[in-house]
Write a protein that binds this ligand. Structure first.
Ligand code: TXA
Ligand code: MG
Length: 307
């Protein structure tokens, strides 16, 4: 059985930028320090999905909300009092302390306080919020035992915390509380009726909003064979995977990874894209990334930004 020494070891792995699979009351999660973008990039690597999507930030004390999402209204306080710790994830506007990769570039973040003593101990001991997702590879069902996690990703995580079979067994209910009428984005461990009893009318989403096309102010073009076509365009920006020796006639140049490392590139991608988009440019060129692992996920997001 898991003891305090195991939790201390897991917490130091998290603090050092590692990945830990941990039990919650819903399903097992795989998590990393939510404030360390390189560590968070590894989560997407082990999931093996060629796409970024927003992760859930797991916390152990409601006071952490002041740092992560300070804009809380009365309804949020009611829900927290009533359902946390427990299987309810709240979507709220995020503070800038949360790296963009955690939310896949969204201005909102999903937060929840899991009702499993080992998950809570881990978060407290690590002394940082833990960004995570269900500990299954893309396309497989969420694991509810540590054996299943071992089978799924035993060789890819730094530690698996054994915490028995998950009591709830289905994922948390996700509630977008940024709207006047809150919206259920995923049905899960807390029934909709119970939430309505607490805060009044809510709606159920028919499509999940983050699957929408990702819109930018500036137009984007994939750079082909080093060609930059200026024809009439004055202010040009470029997003490079790694440093380039050729001269680039650009106003803004952002390099995703000085050492050509995809994990580092993923960690920087969302914030660099935002910087470029806000630089008042006419066009942003993007150097294609290697078509493997996190490179695929970055390219997916770029292609979805091209209108
Ligand atoms: O019970 C659970 O929620 C488990 C345990 C480990 O906490 N976690 C889990 O994570 O199921 P995951 O990544 O498999 O599902 C979380 C989903 C994402 O796929 C996304 O749909 C939604 O949460 N989500 C997270 N942040 C969001 C945001 N800012 N806006 C919209 N949806 C968000
Ligand atoms: Mg999942």
């Amino acid at each position: 059985m898991t003891d305090d020494r195991d939790i201390k070891r897991a917490a130091s792995i998290i603090r050092d930028g590692g990945l830990v699979a941990f039990p919650t009351e819903t399903v097992y999660g795989v998590g990393a320090d939510a404030l360390n973008p390189i560590a968070v990039a590894r989560i997407f690597e082990v999931k093996g999905r060629p796409q970024f999507y927003p992760l859930i930030v797991h916390i152990a004390e409601s006071s952490t909300m002041q740092i992560l999402c300070p804009l809380m209204d009365k309804r949020v306080k009611i829900l927290i009092d009533r359902f946390w710790p427990g299987p309810l994830t709240l979507i709220l506007p995020k503070s800038s302390i949360i790296p963009d990769i955690v939310t896949a570039g969204l201005p909102t973040v999903g937060v929840r306080m899991p009702a499993h003593p080992l998950a809570l101990k881990l978060i407290l001991e690590a002394n940082t919020p833990i960004a995570g997702t269900s500990a299954n590879p893309s396309g497989c069902i969420s694991p509810t035992t540590s054996e299943q996690v071992l089978e799924y990703m035993g060789d890819k995580v730094d530690m698996i915390i054994e915490g028995g079979r998950c009591k709830v067994g289905i994922e948390s209910t996700i509630l977008d509380i940024t709207k006047k009428i809150p919206v259920i984005l995923r049905e899960g461990g807390i029934p909709i009726e119970e939430i309505e009893t607490a805060i009044g009318k809510i709606e159920v989403a028919t499509n999940t909003p983050y699957h929408r096309k990702y819109t930018l102010k500036t137009s984007i073009k994939i750079l082909k064979e080093g060609e930059i076509n200026h024809s009439g365009q004055k202010k040009v920006g470029i997003l490079l995977f790694k440093p380039s020796s050729r001269p680039l006639p650009c106003k803004v140049i952002k390099i995703l990874s000085p050492s050509g490392d995809l994990r580092e590139a993923a960690a920087n991608f969302f914030s660099y894209l935002r910087i470029l988009d806000e630089a008042g440019l006419d066009i942003i060129y993007v150097e294609p990334l290697p078509d493997t692992g996190l490179g695929k996920a970055i390219m997916d997001r770029i292609l979805r930004s091209i209108s």
